[in-house]
Ligand binder design. Structure first.
Ligand SMILES: Nc1ncnc2c1ncn2[C@@H]1O[C@H](COP(=O)(O)OP(=O)(O)OP(=O)(O)O)[C@@H](O)[C@H]1O
Ligand SMILES: [Mg+2]
Length: 413
Protein backbone atom coordinates (compact mmCIF):
# COMPACT_ATOMS: atom_id res chain seq x y z
CA UNK A 1 0.00 0.00 0.00
CA UNK A 2 2.79 2.43 0.86
CA UNK A 3 6.17 2.81 2.46
CA UNK A 4 6.86 0.06 5.04
CA UNK A 5 3.31 -1.23 4.88
CA UNK A 6 2.07 2.01 6.27
CA UNK A 7 -1.71 2.29 6.50
CA UNK A 8 -2.91 5.85 6.03
CA UNK A 9 -6.49 7.01 6.42
CA UNK A 10 -7.95 10.34 5.40
CA UNK A 11 -11.20 11.78 6.74
CA UNK A 12 -12.08 15.02 4.96
CA UNK A 13 -14.78 16.36 7.27
CA UNK A 14 -16.80 19.53 6.83
CA UNK A 15 -14.83 21.32 9.56
CA UNK A 16 -11.62 19.33 9.94
CA UNK A 17 -9.43 17.13 7.74
CA UNK A 18 -7.74 14.33 9.66
CA UNK A 19 -5.13 11.82 8.63
CA UNK A 20 -3.86 8.88 10.62
CA UNK A 21 -0.88 6.67 9.79
CA UNK A 22 -0.45 3.26 11.39
CA UNK A 23 1.56 0.15 10.82
CA UNK A 24 1.04 -3.35 12.15
CA UNK A 25 3.46 -4.37 14.88
CA UNK A 26 5.06 -7.83 15.02
CA UNK A 27 2.26 -8.98 17.33
CA UNK A 28 -0.32 -8.10 14.67
CA UNK A 29 -1.65 -4.99 16.38
CA UNK A 30 -2.21 -1.60 14.80
CA UNK A 31 0.33 0.95 16.00
CA UNK A 32 -0.01 4.72 15.46
CA UNK A 33 2.96 6.25 13.62
CA UNK A 34 1.61 9.73 13.00
CA UNK A 35 -1.47 11.94 12.83
CA UNK A 36 -2.34 15.14 11.04
CA UNK A 37 -5.17 17.63 11.33
CA UNK A 38 -6.08 20.84 9.51
CA UNK A 39 -9.20 23.01 9.23
CA UNK A 40 -11.30 22.15 6.16
CA UNK A 41 -12.30 24.80 3.67
CA UNK A 42 -14.30 23.92 0.59
CA UNK A 43 -16.91 21.49 1.91
CA UNK A 44 -20.57 21.99 2.70
CA UNK A 45 -22.54 19.26 4.46
CA UNK A 46 -19.81 16.76 3.71
CA UNK A 47 -19.68 17.50 -0.06
CA UNK A 48 -16.98 19.37 -1.99
CA UNK A 49 -18.14 22.81 -3.15
CA UNK A 50 -14.69 24.29 -3.82
CA UNK A 51 -12.09 21.93 -5.31
CA UNK A 52 -9.12 24.26 -4.82
CA UNK A 53 -9.90 25.01 -1.19
CA UNK A 54 -10.49 21.33 -0.44
CA UNK A 55 -7.17 20.39 -2.07
CA UNK A 56 -5.49 23.05 0.07
CA UNK A 57 -7.03 21.55 3.22
CA UNK A 58 -5.79 18.07 2.30
CA UNK A 59 -2.32 19.48 1.63
CA UNK A 60 -2.30 21.26 5.00
CA UNK A 61 -3.38 18.07 6.73
CA UNK A 62 -0.63 16.10 4.99
CA UNK A 63 1.95 18.67 6.07
CA UNK A 64 0.71 18.25 9.63
CA UNK A 65 0.95 14.46 9.29
CA UNK A 66 4.46 14.77 7.90
CA UNK A 67 5.61 16.52 11.05
CA UNK A 68 4.81 13.51 13.22
CA UNK A 69 5.46 10.80 10.62
CA UNK A 70 8.71 12.18 9.20
CA UNK A 71 7.73 11.77 5.54
CA UNK A 72 4.83 12.25 3.14
CA UNK A 73 2.52 9.25 2.66
CA UNK A 74 1.97 8.01 -0.88
CA UNK A 75 -1.55 6.56 -0.67
CA UNK A 76 -4.57 6.67 1.56
CA UNK A 77 -7.75 4.87 2.48
CA UNK A 78 -10.45 7.50 2.08
CA UNK A 79 -13.71 7.97 3.95
CA UNK A 80 -16.65 9.49 2.11
CA UNK A 81 -19.85 11.22 3.13
CA UNK A 82 -21.98 13.97 1.60
CA UNK A 83 -22.66 11.86 -1.50
CA UNK A 84 -26.20 10.74 -0.69
CA UNK A 85 -24.97 7.60 0.98
CA UNK A 86 -27.79 5.14 1.22
CA UNK A 87 -28.36 1.48 1.85
CA UNK A 88 -30.42 -1.16 0.26
CA UNK A 89 -30.85 -4.86 0.70
CA UNK A 90 -30.79 -6.84 -2.54
CA UNK A 91 -31.64 -10.50 -3.07
CA UNK A 92 -30.06 -12.42 -5.91
CA UNK A 93 -29.89 -16.08 -6.82
CA UNK A 94 -28.14 -18.25 -9.32
CA UNK A 95 -28.24 -21.87 -10.37
CA UNK A 96 -25.10 -23.65 -9.29
CA UNK A 97 -23.86 -25.68 -12.21
CA UNK A 98 -22.51 -28.76 -10.44
CA UNK A 99 -25.68 -30.02 -8.84
CA UNK A 100 -23.88 -32.71 -6.87
CA UNK A 101 -20.81 -30.77 -5.64
CA UNK A 102 -20.50 -28.68 -2.48
CA UNK A 103 -20.74 -24.89 -2.80
CA UNK A 104 -17.31 -23.34 -3.36
CA UNK A 105 -15.97 -19.93 -2.26
CA UNK A 106 -15.80 -18.95 -5.95
CA UNK A 107 -19.54 -19.60 -6.34
CA UNK A 108 -20.24 -17.51 -3.26
CA UNK A 109 -18.12 -14.68 -4.69
CA UNK A 110 -20.04 -14.97 -7.95
CA UNK A 111 -23.40 -14.52 -6.26
CA UNK A 112 -22.04 -11.57 -4.22
CA UNK A 113 -20.71 -9.94 -7.38
CA UNK A 114 -24.16 -10.37 -8.94
CA UNK A 115 -25.62 -8.49 -5.96
CA UNK A 116 -23.12 -5.67 -6.33
CA UNK A 117 -23.95 -5.23 -10.00
CA UNK A 118 -27.71 -5.46 -9.55
CA UNK A 119 -30.03 -2.47 -9.53
CA UNK A 120 -27.31 0.17 -9.30
CA UNK A 121 -27.98 3.18 -11.54
CA UNK A 122 -25.04 4.56 -13.53
CA UNK A 123 -24.72 7.62 -11.31
CA UNK A 124 -24.30 5.52 -8.14
CA UNK A 125 -21.43 3.36 -7.00
CA UNK A 126 -21.18 0.60 -4.45
CA UNK A 127 -18.94 1.48 -1.54
CA UNK A 128 -19.38 -1.62 0.57
CA UNK A 129 -21.34 -4.84 0.28
CA UNK A 130 -22.13 -6.94 3.32
CA UNK A 131 -23.64 -10.39 2.88
CA UNK A 132 -26.54 -10.60 5.32
CA UNK A 133 -27.45 -14.24 4.76
CA UNK A 134 -27.58 -16.92 2.07
CA UNK A 135 -30.34 -19.15 0.71
CA UNK A 136 -29.86 -22.63 -0.64
CA UNK A 137 -32.71 -24.39 -2.45
CA UNK A 138 -35.27 -22.37 -0.54
CA UNK A 139 -33.67 -22.75 2.90
CA UNK A 140 -33.22 -19.22 4.24
CA UNK A 141 -30.88 -17.75 6.85
CA UNK A 142 -27.71 -19.68 5.99
CA UNK A 143 -24.65 -17.91 7.37
CA UNK A 144 -21.94 -19.58 5.28
CA UNK A 145 -22.95 -21.91 2.46
CA UNK A 146 -19.36 -23.01 1.64
CA UNK A 147 -19.19 -26.79 1.74
CA UNK A 148 -23.00 -27.20 1.74
CA UNK A 149 -24.96 -28.95 -0.99
CA UNK A 150 -27.61 -27.35 -3.13
CA UNK A 151 -28.73 -26.34 -6.59
CA UNK A 152 -29.92 -22.75 -6.33
CA UNK A 153 -27.68 -20.41 -4.32
CA UNK A 154 -29.09 -17.08 -3.22
CA UNK A 155 -27.75 -14.19 -1.17
CA UNK A 156 -29.26 -11.28 0.67
CA UNK A 157 -26.74 -8.46 0.52
CA UNK A 158 -26.66 -5.03 2.12
CA UNK A 159 -25.23 -2.50 -0.34
CA UNK A 160 -23.95 0.89 0.73
CA UNK A 161 -23.92 3.18 -2.29
CA UNK A 162 -23.09 6.80 -3.02
CA UNK A 163 -23.35 9.32 -5.88
CA UNK A 164 -20.46 8.98 -8.31
CA UNK A 165 -20.02 12.76 -8.92
CA UNK A 166 -19.34 13.92 -5.33
CA UNK A 167 -17.11 10.89 -4.72
CA UNK A 168 -15.04 11.73 -7.82
CA UNK A 169 -14.80 15.37 -6.75
CA UNK A 170 -13.36 14.36 -3.39
CA UNK A 171 -10.92 11.81 -4.80
CA UNK A 172 -9.74 14.37 -7.40
CA UNK A 173 -8.94 16.84 -4.62
CA UNK A 174 -6.96 14.19 -2.75
CA UNK A 175 -5.10 13.25 -5.94
CA UNK A 176 -4.39 16.93 -6.60
CA UNK A 177 -2.71 16.98 -3.18
CA UNK A 178 -0.41 14.26 -4.58
CA UNK A 179 -1.89 11.40 -2.64
CA UNK A 180 -3.16 8.25 -4.33
CA UNK A 181 -6.54 6.95 -3.19
CA UNK A 182 -7.07 3.28 -2.42
CA UNK A 183 -9.76 1.94 -4.75
CA UNK A 184 -11.89 0.87 -1.78
CA UNK A 185 -13.75 3.78 -0.28
CA UNK A 186 -15.58 3.54 3.03
CA UNK A 187 -18.67 5.43 4.17
CA UNK A 188 -17.59 7.51 7.16
CA UNK A 189 -20.33 6.21 9.45
CA UNK A 190 -19.25 2.61 8.84
CA UNK A 191 -15.70 3.58 9.69
CA UNK A 192 -16.79 5.28 12.94
CA UNK A 193 -18.80 2.17 13.82
CA UNK A 194 -15.79 -0.03 13.15
CA UNK A 195 -13.82 1.94 15.71
CA UNK A 196 -16.31 2.07 18.58
CA UNK A 197 -18.60 -0.98 18.42
CA UNK A 198 -18.04 -4.43 19.83
CA UNK A 199 -19.11 -7.49 17.85
CA UNK A 200 -21.64 -8.21 20.58
CA UNK A 201 -23.29 -4.79 20.15
CA UNK A 202 -23.48 -5.33 16.38
CA UNK A 203 -25.14 -8.69 16.93
CA UNK A 204 -27.63 -7.39 19.49
CA UNK A 205 -28.68 -4.27 17.62
CA UNK A 206 -27.15 -0.80 17.88
CA UNK A 207 -27.03 2.51 16.03
CA UNK A 208 -23.88 4.60 15.61
CA UNK A 209 -24.56 8.29 15.15
CA UNK A 210 -21.62 10.46 14.09
CA UNK A 211 -22.48 14.11 14.73
CA UNK A 212 -19.98 16.09 12.69
CA UNK A 213 -19.85 19.75 11.79
CA UNK A 214 -21.99 19.58 8.65
CA UNK A 215 -23.68 16.19 8.68
CA UNK A 216 -24.94 13.55 11.07
CA UNK A 217 -24.16 10.14 9.64
CA UNK A 218 -25.70 7.02 11.07
CA UNK A 219 -25.59 3.28 10.65
CA UNK A 220 -27.81 0.67 12.26
CA UNK A 221 -26.45 -2.81 12.97
CA UNK A 222 -28.37 -5.90 13.83
CA UNK A 223 -27.36 -9.58 13.60
CA UNK A 224 -23.80 -8.38 13.05
CA UNK A 225 -24.46 -6.51 9.78
CA UNK A 226 -25.20 -2.87 8.97
CA UNK A 227 -28.87 -2.84 7.95
CA UNK A 228 -29.31 0.81 7.33
CA UNK A 229 -27.11 3.84 6.70
CA UNK A 230 -28.29 7.42 6.42
CA UNK A 231 -26.99 10.96 6.46
CA UNK A 232 -28.86 13.91 7.91
CA UNK A 233 -27.68 17.32 6.63
CA UNK A 234 -27.38 18.86 10.10
CA UNK A 235 -24.43 19.06 12.46
CA UNK A 236 -22.54 21.19 14.97
CA UNK A 237 -22.31 24.11 12.53
CA UNK A 238 -26.09 24.50 12.74
CA UNK A 239 -25.92 24.90 16.52
CA UNK A 240 -23.16 27.49 16.15
CA UNK A 241 -25.21 29.42 13.58
CA UNK A 242 -28.28 29.34 15.84
CA UNK A 243 -26.20 30.83 18.69
CA UNK A 244 -24.76 33.42 16.31
CA UNK A 245 -28.22 34.50 15.07
CA UNK A 246 -29.87 34.22 18.48
CA UNK A 247 -27.43 36.50 20.31
CA UNK A 248 -26.13 38.46 17.29
CA UNK A 249 -22.59 37.21 17.69
CA UNK A 250 -19.84 36.64 15.11
CA UNK A 251 -19.67 32.95 14.19
CA UNK A 252 -16.24 32.36 15.71
CA UNK A 253 -17.44 33.83 19.00
CA UNK A 254 -20.61 31.71 18.86
CA UNK A 255 -18.44 28.61 18.31
CA UNK A 256 -16.30 29.46 21.36
CA UNK A 257 -19.40 30.08 23.48
CA UNK A 258 -20.79 26.73 22.38
CA UNK A 259 -17.61 24.85 23.23
CA UNK A 260 -17.26 26.55 26.59
CA UNK A 261 -20.82 26.87 27.90
CA UNK A 262 -23.31 24.86 25.88
CA UNK A 263 -24.99 22.06 27.78
CA UNK A 264 -28.24 20.19 27.26
CA UNK A 265 -28.12 18.23 30.51
CA UNK A 266 -30.49 18.35 33.43
CA UNK A 267 -30.90 21.80 34.95
CA UNK A 268 -29.47 23.56 31.87
CA UNK A 269 -32.77 25.32 31.22
CA UNK A 270 -32.89 26.72 34.79
CA UNK A 271 -29.34 28.02 35.04
CA UNK A 272 -29.42 31.80 35.45
CA UNK A 273 -25.64 32.28 35.36
CA UNK A 274 -24.68 35.13 33.02
CA UNK A 275 -22.39 34.89 30.02
CA UNK A 276 -20.62 37.87 28.46
CA UNK A 277 -19.54 37.65 24.86
CA UNK A 278 -17.86 40.16 22.48
CA UNK A 279 -20.33 41.35 19.84
CA UNK A 280 -19.73 42.44 16.22
CA UNK A 281 -18.29 45.83 17.12
CA UNK A 282 -15.14 46.38 19.19
CA UNK A 283 -15.97 47.17 22.80
CA UNK A 284 -19.61 46.06 22.49
CA UNK A 285 -20.43 43.09 24.66
CA UNK A 286 -23.54 40.97 24.68
CA UNK A 287 -24.84 39.52 27.91
CA UNK A 288 -27.26 36.59 28.18
CA UNK A 289 -28.16 33.86 30.62
CA UNK A 290 -26.92 30.31 30.44
CA UNK A 291 -30.51 29.08 30.25
CA UNK A 292 -31.15 31.20 27.12
CA UNK A 293 -28.12 29.55 25.50
CA UNK A 294 -29.41 26.14 26.59
CA UNK A 295 -32.86 26.88 25.11
CA UNK A 296 -31.30 27.42 21.67
CA UNK A 297 -29.00 24.41 21.84
CA UNK A 298 -31.63 22.05 23.30
CA UNK A 299 -34.12 23.04 20.57
CA UNK A 300 -31.64 22.23 17.78
CA UNK A 301 -30.47 18.99 19.41
CA UNK A 302 -34.05 17.86 20.00
CA UNK A 303 -34.77 18.49 16.32
CA UNK A 304 -31.74 16.43 15.31
CA UNK A 305 -32.62 13.63 17.75
CA UNK A 306 -36.19 13.51 16.43
CA UNK A 307 -34.84 13.15 12.88
CA UNK A 308 -32.56 10.35 14.09
CA UNK A 309 -35.55 8.70 15.77
CA UNK A 310 -37.62 8.93 12.56
CA UNK A 311 -34.77 7.40 10.61
CA UNK A 312 -34.46 4.50 13.07
CA UNK A 313 -38.25 4.01 13.06
CA UNK A 314 -38.27 3.76 9.26
CA UNK A 315 -35.98 0.74 9.47
CA UNK A 316 -38.54 -1.18 11.53
CA UNK A 317 -35.82 -2.06 14.07
CA UNK A 318 -36.63 0.55 16.70
CA UNK A 319 -37.84 -2.01 19.23
CA UNK A 320 -34.88 -4.34 18.80
CA UNK A 321 -31.92 -2.16 19.69
CA UNK A 322 -30.81 -3.38 23.11
CA UNK A 323 -27.38 -1.77 22.73
CA UNK A 324 -29.04 1.59 21.97
CA UNK A 325 -27.26 4.51 20.36
CA UNK A 326 -23.53 5.21 20.37
CA UNK A 327 -22.46 8.75 19.49
CA UNK A 328 -19.19 9.75 17.81
CA UNK A 329 -17.94 12.91 16.05
CA UNK A 330 -17.22 16.31 17.56
CA UNK A 331 -20.93 16.95 18.17
CA UNK A 332 -20.98 14.04 20.61
CA UNK A 333 -18.81 16.14 22.96
CA UNK A 334 -21.79 18.36 23.75
CA UNK A 335 -22.32 18.24 27.50
CA UNK A 336 -25.47 16.42 28.56
CA UNK A 337 -26.06 14.83 25.13
CA UNK A 338 -26.38 11.26 26.47
CA UNK A 339 -29.06 12.39 28.93
CA UNK A 340 -31.07 14.32 26.33
CA UNK A 341 -30.71 11.53 23.77
CA UNK A 342 -31.95 8.89 26.20
CA UNK A 343 -34.99 11.06 26.98
CA UNK A 344 -35.86 11.90 23.35
CA UNK A 345 -35.03 8.56 21.74
CA UNK A 346 -36.18 6.32 24.57
CA UNK A 347 -33.05 4.21 23.98
CA UNK A 348 -29.85 3.78 25.97
CA UNK A 349 -27.23 6.26 24.74
CA UNK A 350 -23.50 6.57 25.25
CA UNK A 351 -20.48 8.24 23.74
CA UNK A 352 -18.29 5.93 21.64
CA UNK A 353 -14.86 5.13 22.98
CA UNK A 354 -12.05 4.85 20.48
CA UNK A 355 -9.94 1.76 21.27
CA UNK A 356 -6.45 2.32 22.61
CA UNK A 357 -3.63 1.59 20.20
CA UNK A 358 0.09 1.72 20.76
CA UNK A 359 1.54 5.13 20.03
CA UNK A 360 -1.87 6.79 20.34
CA UNK A 361 -2.13 10.19 22.04
CA UNK A 362 -5.19 11.22 24.04
CA UNK A 363 -6.25 13.58 21.20
CA UNK A 364 -6.73 10.66 18.84
CA UNK A 365 -8.89 8.81 21.36
CA UNK A 366 -11.47 11.59 21.17
CA UNK A 367 -14.71 10.74 19.34
CA UNK A 368 -13.81 13.16 16.51
CA UNK A 369 -11.08 10.69 15.50
CA UNK A 370 -13.38 7.63 15.48
CA UNK A 371 -13.81 7.85 11.68
CA UNK A 372 -10.05 8.05 11.04
CA UNK A 373 -9.32 5.15 13.41
CA UNK A 374 -12.07 3.05 11.81
CA UNK A 375 -10.78 3.85 8.31
CA UNK A 376 -7.35 2.61 9.33
CA UNK A 377 -8.95 -0.59 10.62
CA UNK A 378 -10.67 -1.06 7.25
CA UNK A 379 -7.36 -0.44 5.49
CA UNK A 380 -5.77 -3.13 7.68
CA UNK A 381 -8.52 -5.58 6.77
CA UNK A 382 -7.98 -4.93 3.09
CA UNK A 383 -4.25 -5.24 3.35
CA UNK A 384 -4.57 -8.60 5.05
CA UNK A 385 -7.18 -9.74 2.55
CA UNK A 386 -4.89 -8.84 -0.34
CA UNK A 387 -2.05 -10.82 1.13
CA UNK A 388 -4.34 -13.85 1.66
CA UNK A 389 -7.00 -13.52 -1.05
CA UNK A 390 -9.92 -15.90 -0.66
CA UNK A 391 -10.25 -18.32 -3.56
CA UNK A 392 -11.74 -16.61 -6.58
CA UNK A 393 -12.42 -13.41 -4.68
CA UNK A 394 -12.64 -10.23 -6.68
CA UNK A 395 -11.44 -7.71 -4.11
CA UNK A 396 -13.62 -4.87 -5.19
CA UNK A 397 -15.52 -3.34 -2.33
CA UNK A 398 -15.05 -6.21 -0.02
CA UNK A 399 -13.43 -5.38 3.28
CA UNK A 400 -16.67 -6.32 4.93
CA UNK A 401 -16.77 -9.82 3.57
CA UNK A 402 -13.51 -10.38 5.31
CA UNK A 403 -14.50 -9.05 8.69
CA UNK A 404 -14.14 -12.19 10.77
CA UNK A 405 -10.87 -13.03 9.08
CA UNK A 406 -9.14 -9.98 10.35
CA UNK A 407 -10.94 -9.17 13.55
CA UNK A 408 -8.39 -11.07 15.57
CA UNK A 409 -5.48 -8.88 14.65
CA UNK A 410 -7.08 -5.56 15.27
CA UNK A 411 -6.86 -4.52 18.91
CA UNK A 412 -10.27 -3.83 20.38
CA UNK A 413 -9.25 -2.46 23.75
N1 LIG B 1 -17.41 20.18 23.34
C1 LIG B 1 -18.19 20.34 22.27
N2 LIG B 1 -19.49 20.71 22.41
C2 LIG B 1 -20.28 20.89 21.35
N3 LIG B 1 -19.88 20.73 20.07
C3 LIG B 1 -18.60 20.38 19.85
C4 LIG B 1 -17.68 20.15 20.93
N4 LIG B 1 -16.49 19.82 20.41
C5 LIG B 1 -16.63 19.84 19.06
N5 LIG B 1 -17.89 20.17 18.73
C6 LIG B 1 -18.45 20.37 17.39
O1 LIG B 1 -18.19 19.24 16.56
C7 LIG B 1 -18.21 19.67 15.20
C8 LIG B 1 -17.04 19.06 14.48
O2 LIG B 1 -17.11 17.67 14.56
P1 LIG B 1 -16.22 16.75 13.60
O3 LIG B 1 -14.82 17.20 13.70
O4 LIG B 1 -16.55 15.35 13.94
O5 LIG B 1 -16.84 17.19 12.20
P2 LIG B 1 -16.28 16.97 10.72
O6 LIG B 1 -15.77 15.59 10.60
O7 LIG B 1 -15.35 18.07 10.37
O8 LIG B 1 -17.59 17.20 9.86
P3 LIG B 1 -18.57 16.15 9.09
O9 LIG B 1 -18.34 14.81 9.68
O10 LIG B 1 -19.93 16.67 9.35
O11 LIG B 1 -18.22 16.27 7.65
C9 LIG B 1 -18.09 21.19 15.21
O12 LIG B 1 -19.34 21.76 14.82
C10 LIG B 1 -17.77 21.50 16.66
O13 LIG B 1 -18.31 22.74 17.07
MG1 LIG C 1 -16.73 13.71 10.26
Amino acid sequence: MAKNNLLVSLDVGTTKTRALACDIDPGGYLRVKGAGIAPTNGLMRGAVIDMEATTGSVQACLQSLRQSLGHMPLATHLGVSGCNISSQIVRVETVVKRARGAITPAEIEHVLDMAERSSIPDDRQVLTAFPVSYMLDGTEGIRDPAGMYGHVLGAEVHLVTGDVGPIRNLTSCVNAAELAVDSDLTAQALAAAEAVLSEQEKQLGVVVVDIGGGTTDMVLYTDGVPWHTASIPLGGINITKDISYGFRLPQDVAEEIKLQYATVGEGALDDQAEIDAPGFYPGRWTMFEQRDLATIVVARMEELLELIKDEIRRTGHFDVLPAGVVFTGGGSELQGLEELATAVLGLPARQGIVPAMRGMSEDIRRPEFATSVGLTMYAAKLQQARSQPPIGAALGTMAARLGSLVRSFIPMS
